[in-house]
Design a protein around this ligand. Structure first.
Ligand SMILES: [Fe+2]
Ligand SMILES: [Fe+2]
Length: 177
């Protein structure tokens, strides 16, 4: 049995992950409009990862026989002042999500809900990677503010492969559909 406090907090997090999906689609669309296809591709892919996070949480609640509420989602920011802005927004978002994920693990522990605490471990590791990726990207995009082709070349070199399948990732609802 997942603890009630954890279940309602995880339902809130599902909304955050779907909102992150929408935000990254908005970032990708902005870059596509600026004809920066590598940055666009990166954010389209990040968006799909956020959707997966939400669906992993949905699956967890289904498996735990807990209530799942598919949420409405906050509107993303769609206008950006320059090519750096979407990345700094993304880094701030990943830092915020890291705090939320840690808080979820904390609630699970306080409630002695060790199954849920263990479920959160994968997300803790994932957040370390996402914050690191975004802060690297912020450094590069800031350096190439005057010549965005530099960051495009960097993305083509460093982020061209698709996301590798992670066998330790929790199951996402509907993934086998
Ligand atoms: Fe996420
Ligand atoms: Fe993320």
């Amino acid at each position: 049995m997942a603890a009630d406090a954890f279940v309602s907090q995880l339902n809130e997090q599902i909304a955050q992950e779907f909102a992150a999906h929408q935000q990254y689609v908005a970032c990708a669309t902005y870059y596509d409009g600026e004809t920066l296809p590598q940055l666009a591709r990166f954010f389209y892919r990040q968006a799909l990862e956020e959707r997966d996070h939400a669906m992993m949480m949905v699956q967890y609640l289904l498996d735990a026989d807990a209530e799942v509420v598919i949420p409405g989602v906050a509107a993303p920011q769609v206008a950006f002042s320059d090519v750096v802005a979407p990345v700094s927004l993304a880094l701030a978002q990943e830092r915020r999500v890291t705090e939320q994920i840690n808080a979820l693990a904390g609630t699970a522990r306080d409630e002695r809900d060790f199954t849920s605490e263990q479920f959160m471990q994968w997300f803790i590791k994932e957040q370390v990677e996402e914050v690191a990726t975004m802060s690297d990207l912020l450094r590069v995009v800031e350096r190439s503010r005057d010549d965005p082709m530099e960051v495009e070349n960097f993305m083509a070199r460093e982020h061209s492969g698709g996301a590798a399948d992670d066998p330790t990732a929790p199951n996402a609802a509907g993934a086998g559909a």
